[in-house]
Ligand binder design. Structure first.
Ligand SMILES: NC(=O)CC[C@H](N)C(=O)O
Length: 377
């Protein structure tokens, strides 16, 4: 039991519901959008996924931190979540790869968390009322008047309308070399890219040029790409105006395109579809998705709070030819993938890089390779 376990903490939701617990990680205060993740494993990958920037993640799995923190599993160079909510953290981590405790890692990155919370009750609340703003206050901050804390939560920034990708993107371009023989060059726009994504491409002989979110069409074309990739990322896709323009340029010139998550939402917007905020989002590693091109169902990793608004059962006419919904979530019929029928472009809303998660959807990287081989839809 660490000293922090005896330090009081309180979680205040914007609708006034509060949960009391103990400090976990850094002591202080934090704000963000409260979202829940149902993954039973993979907390390191979740915490270091840049798409979680400005989100307070509630873990439905009751035990967190059991395998400690290693140096192999992070998806980026830091923890991005703005807060962390757990029920029963490990007192003593145990794993042959563990280097330090999760509690200490959160503290190292200044991430304020709370433990001892009934995360199932909190999750049910968010499922009924929807994702909403939250504050976590620990130590002296937890002793303040609850009405005053609630007022601060209610004046903190909302996720709808948040333009965040440039805050998490790389400042400078870098190259991830192909593993083995180089077959293709891909320009990958880093909107919050996870480390496993270029790795999955490199495994297939792709040399990946990772570019900042501010890259122009000239920057993309300067690497003479066989294909263009748009990554996952935080924030509201409706705000990504310059990246949507860039993508329209890519589609215009017919360069093969693949997008993941935020990249799927931007393809949707580039085609003229809308995006909207889901009531409570999809976050976890066992979401069932159907690939409508094969009829197969895959179990997939998700982390999205927004979705594309496109018709499920009709082919749509877009400025870039015909488009269809290629993948759909079997839990709630949310659009999980898009495909152009007349140009080489497709995207998925979920995570075929699977870090963490099942590998059912790894075939999507092979589809990207095929697209670059044939350069046609
Ligand atoms: N992982 C992602 O790319 C998330 C995309 C977007 N920020 C959303 O919440 O839907």
């Amino acid at each position: 039991m660490t000293g922090r376990a005896t330090t009081p903490a309180v979680l205040v939701l914007e609708d006034g519901r509060t949960f009391r617990g103990s400090a976990y990680g850094a002591v202080g205060e934090t704000f963000g959008e409260a979202v829940f993740s149902t993954g039973m494993s993979g907390y390191q990958e979740t915490l270091t996924d840049p798409s979680y920037h400005r989100q307070v993640v509630v873990m439905t799995a009751p035990h967190v931190g059991n395998t400690g923190v290693n140096d192999e599993d992070p998806e980026s160079s830091r923890i991005w979540v703005s807060g962390y909510v757990v029920r029963d953290p490990a007192r003593v981590p145990s794993n042959h790869r563990s280097r330090r405790s999760l509690d200490d890692e959160l503290t190292r990155y200044g991430v304020v968390g709370i433990s001892g919370v009934d995360t199932r009750a909190l999750t049910r609340h968010l499922r009924e009322r929807g994702a909403m703003r939250v504050g976590i206050f620990s130590g002296d901050a937890a002793r303040a008047d609850e009405a005053a804390l609630l007022e601060r939560v209610r004046t903190s920034p909302e996720m709808a309308g948040a333009d965040l990708a440039e805050q998490v993107s790389t400042d400078t371009a870098y190259v991830v070399p192909a593993i083995g023989t180089k077959r293709f060059t891909v320009a990958a726009l880093d909107l919050g890219i996870k480390g496993m994504t270029p790795h999955r491409m490199a495994e297939r002989g792709i040399e990946v040029h990772v570019l900042p979110a501010t890259a122009t069409l000239a920057d993309v074309n300067a690497v003479a790409p066989d294909g263009v990739f748009f990554s996952n990322g935080p924030g509201d896709p409706a705000t990504a105006t310059s990246q949507i323009e860039l993508l329209r340029g890519v589609l215009d010139q017919g360069t093969p395109f693949f997008g993941i998550c935020f990249g799927n939402q931007l393809l949707g917007r580039a085609l003229g579809f809308g995006t909207y905020k889901l009531k409570y989002g999809h976050r976890g590693i066992n979401q069932p998705v159907q690939d409508r091109t094969t009829g197969k169902v895959e179990v997939t990793a998700h982390n999205h709070g927004f979705a594309v608004d496109a018709p499920l059962d009709t082919v749509s006419d877009t400025p870039y030819g015909r488009a269809e919904v290629s993948h759909v979530c079997l839990n709630d019929d949310v659009v999980e993938g898009l495909r152009l029928l007349d140009r080489p472009a497709f995207s998925v809303q979920y995570h075929p890089e699977a870090a963490a998660g099942p590998h059912d959807s790894a075939y999507l990287f092979d589809r990207f390779v095929t697209l670059m081989e044939t350069k046609s839809a």
